[in-house]
Design a binder for this molecule. Sequence first.
Ligand SMILES: C[S@@+](CC[C@H](N)C(=O)[O-])C[C@H]1O[C@@H](n2cnc3c(N)ncnc32)[C@H](O)[C@@H]1O
Length: 261
Amino acid sequence: MRANYKNWVPNGMLRALTAGTMILGAGTAALMCTKMNPNLKKAVAGAAGAGTLLCGAMTAWSFYAHGKFSYDGERQLSKEIVEGTAKYITLPADGIGLDVGCGSGALTIACAMRNPQGRMIGIDRWGMEYASFSQQLCEDNSDAEGVQNTEFRQGDACRLDFPDAYFDAVTSNYVYHNITGVSKQELLRETLRVLKKGGTFAIHDIMSKARYGDMQQFIRELYDEGYEEVKLIDTANGMFMSKGEAKILGLSGSSLLIGKK
Ligand SMILES: C[S@@+](CC[C@H](N)C(=O)[O-])C[C@H]1O[C@@H](n2cnc3c(N)ncnc32)[C@H](O)[C@@H]1O
């Protein structure tokens, strides 16, 4: 059995958008052939036509993004990001790492494979916007990769069910930008709360100013609190993806916050 990490643009979304475009297109054609007041017909068919174009554009974008993210495609962008983030996670012997919002388990498993001397716990709230991700899928993927030093649990990034300073390393990839109603810096704080002094972190997300606020100030605050090293790396500048690719995929501002507490 081969691991199946699924896709950040799920197949269900591709199917729904394709069906929506076809239904709207057929509706527009039917309206064009219907006898009705010409002005009303123009307005209704015009609106349906615009809806068809919009839905068609979203469908085309989704297929493009799906192809870029696919683990079977040529680009394999998700794999590059996950493996590039995992490189920054080092566990001591018998150490424990946390992956917040583990999805299909890709980053948890990548970190576990790089750190056979320790173990990784992946948590996720599963079942809301990414319906194809689940705890069972993570466990199956771990088995498929022949990895035994992983564990997966239901959990919420906003309130991690672990005591302060519990982990030797913490990581996360493209999770916090999905979470609304909480400040992104507070989410970072919650993740860093469970990290031990001296532990390492590698958190990748779309950290644009509009979403995350002033990250340089955040870094200064961490240094003031005694963190040993904190760095913010732009990953949409050739590291994981090109600027143009990031723009088209809606990933501009992608950055990796790395360091040692
Ligand atoms: C784009 S996916 C990324 C999955 C994984 N980190 C990866 O790199 O493949 C975002 C994930 O964040 C999870 N997520 C969103 N909000 C969450 C929350 N409040 N607590 C835990 N997980 C959350 C979703 O369920 C989803 O699995």
